[in-house]
Design a protein around this ligand. Structure first.
Ligand code: UVW
Length: 322
């Protein structure tokens, strides 16, 4: 048993919270900030019409596989019908000679670039907005990914390139940064992180996964780089009214809070308590290169995770339009 403190002791009984802010039945959390005005604000940041898709490829077979939280598996895609099907005795015959191919897939909903449902993590038996954690049993009844998917996520995105800011291709294992570093990087990039921005943060960690091409080395002493918990950082997210945090890491924050060893406290502080939606495993490198080339770090961000009823999350291919 670890001697790390309980989540409630680390975050505090009076941790910053948005529970109740959007009513007792809310399942969207800080995405409520993204209203029609925010869509129009995002559109004003489209200047050149370039588009960048931010999902990693699912089920790549030419490298290390897909980057995953330990214990998860990448997509298992299976041919059900292909040209071979139509050779056999008793193959279906369609008027006109139509042939077609079908696949099935077994996927972890968190097994690729994804939106987490607000109910995806919890502590002390309560999810986002105070919903009972037992409502997750068998199927996520409250704060599933479905309301997020029904809404869609559209607004002004801003990219903070922490790896570039620190002069690296990718951050080191366990390397941390906080809101003051985000502000410093933004200032160096010549961009301001504005209220209601969809905050995209690049660490280079996806690039590291593919370039290293060695899952054993990647998972040895598994500790992703990322944002690290402090009460001030959580307060900053609440004050900035950040609706959505998007990163190129598997879990959006340094895996273990360095002082206490608590695993993923920002999942709890931001997602469970503030209703900030988390998007993980994003491919931000091509977007970052384009932003660095002309010094424009803001864009229209559009994402529509799959409408999985009762889903704990859903794969997504967000698009940044600049
Ligand atoms: C966990 O919460 C364990 O994983 P993630 O949010 O990265 O999918």
């Amino acid at each position: 048993m670890s001697d790390a403190p309980a989540m409630r002791d680390l975050l505090g009984a009076d941790a910053p919270s948005n529970w109740g802010k959007w009513g007792p039945d809310d399942e969207l959390g800080a995405l409520n900030y993204l209203d029609a005005g925010e869509v129009l604000r995002g559109i004003r940041h489209v200047k050149s019409g370039e588009t960048f898709t931010l999902q990693i490829q699912m089920g790549r077979t030419d490298g290390p596989g897909d980057p995953l939280w330990p214990g998860r598996e990448g997509i298992k895609r299976k041919n059900e019908l292909d040209e071979g099907t139509w050779d056999g005795e008793g193959a279906p015959a369609f008027p006109g000679g139509l042939h077609y191919a079908d696949d099935t897939a077994h996927i972890f909903l968190q097994g690729s670039t994804q939106y987490d449902a607000l109910g995806h993590v919890w502590y002390d038996g309560k999810l986002w907005n105070g919903y009972d954690a037992r409502s997750t049993i068998d199927a996520m009844q409250k704060a599933s990914v479905l309301p997020i998917a029904e809404k869609g996520i559209v607004g002004r995105g801003v990219l903070i390139d922490m790896a570039r800011h620190r002069g690296k291709d990718y951050l080191d294992k366990g390397e941390t940064f906080d809101h003051t570093d985000l502000e410093a990087a933004a200032a160096a990039q010549g961009v301001t992180i504005e209220p209601h921005d969809i905050l995209c943060v690049r660490t280079g960690w996806m690039k590291y996964w593919y370039e290293l091409n060695d899952p054993a080395a990647f998972y040895d002493g598994f500790k992703e780089p990322g944002l690290t918990y402090s009460r001030e950082l959580v307060q900053w997210f609440q004050d900035r009214e950040v609706p959505n945090l998007v990163t190129d890491t598997i879990a959006n924050e340094v895996t273990y809070e360095p002082e206490t060893g608590v695993a993923l406290p920002l999942h709890c502080a931001l997602m469970r308590n503030l209703g900030v939606t988390l998007t993980e495993i994003a491919w931000l490198d091509d977007l970052a290169d384009a932003c660095a080339a002309d010094g424009r770090w803001s864009f229209l961000y559009v994402a529509a995770p799959l409408k999985v009823v009762n889903g704990t999350g859903a794969p997504v291919n967000p698009i940044a339009i600049r």
